[in-house]
Design a protein around this ligand. Structure first.
Ligand code: XIL
Length: 389
């Protein structure tokens, strides 16, 4: 997959007065102080700070770029990582483990091991799962991309894959990214790159949603893409397409914005407005892959100003989602720099997640936690008020 180009919006972000402390992941409240509500054990977790029904998620590291690194599989081998994964988050997304090349490596052979382990982990930790992904132009196995299949065969292959994978996890996946990245920056379908659309025509997208719905009627089915945070040609294309599909009765339930952001560019200022227009169509919305990368200074360490600006981006993305009624799923693309895809895919950029490689919390982590906590308090207040009237 090629590096993502983000749209430049000349928007100067107001620096927030966020604390610049980096606290260890397991910090205890200072002795002699009364623990503030969000520093006691329970509220030391993003998942418990979140308002009721609002899910805070992360990608689960494994597969993809991790296979070329000199560490063992993070999910199965890193105890500290697993502990935080269970403790901090109420939603998990397999980073690569449900993609075609991973789960369906040979024709007629599936490899469910890693995906099953994540789904089991989620159950034990009372987490929901976001399935990712079923129809995409990238990370497809060679047998599929290079195979010499007729149109009828390809259609049967996709149908069988969706039925098998979605069916296997029926009832255990809250949201599925059914179609991933089907439009380019101009809002044109990726007809050349996407094997399904190229060979079978655009109608295959609706079929993918129908087959997924048959296999798991309870799962919410999403379109997912990058560079669609703002209102722009690409998000307009999704807006028109989802409108058409809904009018035809196709089971599309959600539109999600990946949100791979960079400090090189301004924050996508129309994010909330954009989510809201999809919400008004009757769709759920979600932030599914948030990270905020930056150009690292020569010593490889972000400056305080960079960390502050990064926290601001994280907070604004979360606030936009919290402000939109049916945006109830907010996922970051990994929570530690130790396993981030960013340095591998974006030369010179890094430090994109909310914790350092040693699991030390950055200002972005604190910003997320306090924003969630404020939203939870506001919601409880509203509920009480509602009861009185
Ligand atoms: C990335 C993974 O993080 C890497 O491990 C992998 O090597 C490549 O893909 N959009 C998506 C995600 O939908 O699946 C991508 O994940 C990041 C961009």
């Amino acid at each position: 997959m090629r590096p993502i180009r983000l749209v430049t919006a000349a928007l100067a972000t107001a620096a927030l007065s966020l604390p610049l402390v980096v606290t260890p992941a397991t910090a205890a409240p200072p002795s002699g102080h009364q623990a503030a509500p969000h520093s006691n054990a329970k509220f030391d977790r993003l998942r418990s700070a979140a308002p009721d029904g609002f899910h805070v998620g992360t990608a689960v590291a494994g597969g993809g770029h991790h296979l070329e690194q000199d560490y063992p599989d993070p999910f199965t081998s890193d105890r500290e990582y697993r502990k935080l994964l269970g403790k901090q988050f109420s939603s998990v997304s397999p980073e690569n483990q449900m993609k075609w090349e991973f789960i369906h490596p040979e024709q007629g052979r599936y490899d469910f091991g890693a995906a099953d382990a994540i789904v089991d982990f989620a159950k034990r930790n009372k987490q929901v799962v976001r399935g990712h992904t079923l129809l995409w132009h990238s990370q497809n196995p060679e047998w599929l991309e290079e195979g010499d299949f007729s149109k009828e065969e390809l259609r049967a292959i996709l149908r069988e894959h969706i039925t098998t994978v979605v069916g296997r996890y029926a009832g255990k996946i809250q949201q599925w990214d059914v179609a991933n990245e089907i439009f380019d920056e101009q809002g044109n379908l990726r007809t050349e790159e996407n094997i399904w659309i190229r060979e079978l025509g655009p109608g295959i997208v609706a079929d993918a949603f129908r087959w997924a719905h048959q296999a798991d009627p309870k799962a919410k089915l999403f379109f997912n893409d990058f560079n669609v945070e703002d209102i722009n040609a690409k998000s307009d294309a999704y807006y028109e397409l989802t409108r058409e599909l809904l009018a035809q009765g196709v089971p599309v339930h959600g539109f999600s914005v990946q949100s791979h952001l960079s400090l090189r560019y301004g924050f996508p200022g129309s994010l909330e407005e954009n989510l809201r227009r999809f919400d008004k169509l009757g769709l759920e919305t979600a932030i599914t892959e948030l990270d905020v990368r930056m150009d690292l200074p020569a010593n490889g360490k972000p400056t305080k100003a960079q960390l502050r600006q990064q926290a601001d981006y994280y907070q604004r993305a979360l606030s936009a989602c919290l402000a939109v009624e049916d945006c109830n799923s907010f996922t970051i693309w990994g929570f530690t720099d130790k396993y981030s895809w960013v340095p591998v895919f974006f030369e010179g950029e890094g430090s994109a997640t909310v914790m350092t490689e040693d699991f030390v919390r950055k200002p972005a982590f604190h910003a997320l936690k306090s924003t969630l906590w404020d939203a939870k308090k506001a919601e409880e207040k509203d509920r009480k008020k509602g009861r009185k009237h």
